[in-house]
Design a protein around this ligand. Structure first.
Ligand SMILES: [Zn+2]
Length: 142
């Protein structure tokens, strides 16, 4: 098993809307140029002020665990060898209001606590469809 949740776990379907998120190795979120609000995933309009004037903010990838769950019972047969694993909701330090979901890797799930500092880490996976290398956003303790 080379991927965190096993090599049989499905990969994201890449399209023009999510290519940057899953291939760049960076966390870019939308920032409204009218009111300054951050949002993710990207939308056509600002959810705070309804402006269409949206830009991109490149996050440092640093944040805090806002919420977490430890998965002990595999919800899918492909995850039998992956449990237990932690899924975290991370609030980004430099993009207030944006929460990002991912797996917390490299630490025993029982030691995780809400409020702990984390940093983004990217799991590189060759695209089985022959496209660019996927870089799946995950998390590790900072
Ligand atoms: Zn706005």
């Amino acid at each position: 098993m080379s991927r965190a949740l096993g090599d049989q776990w499905p990969l994201p379907q890449i399209d023009d809307g999510n290519r940057g998120w899953f291939t760049s190795g960076e966390l870019s979120v939308q920032k409204c140029l009218a009111c300054g609000a951050f949002q993710h995933p990207p939308e056509d309009v600002c959810s705070s002020c309804q402006s269409f004037d949206l830009g991109v903010h490149l996050s440092t990838g640093l944040g805090r665990i806002e919420s977490l769950v430890i998965v002990r019972h595999p919800p899918h047969p492909a995850l039998v060898d992956a449990v237990p694993y932690a899924v975290v909701v991370v609030s980004l330090d430099d993009a207030p209001g944006v929460n990002v979901v991912g797996n917390l890797l490299g630490a025993p799930p029982e030691e995780l606590r809400i409020g702990q500092a984390v940093s983004a880490s990217f799991e590189e996976v060759p695209d089985p469809e022959g496209g660019e290398t996927l870089r799946i956003p995950q998390w590790k303790l900072a």
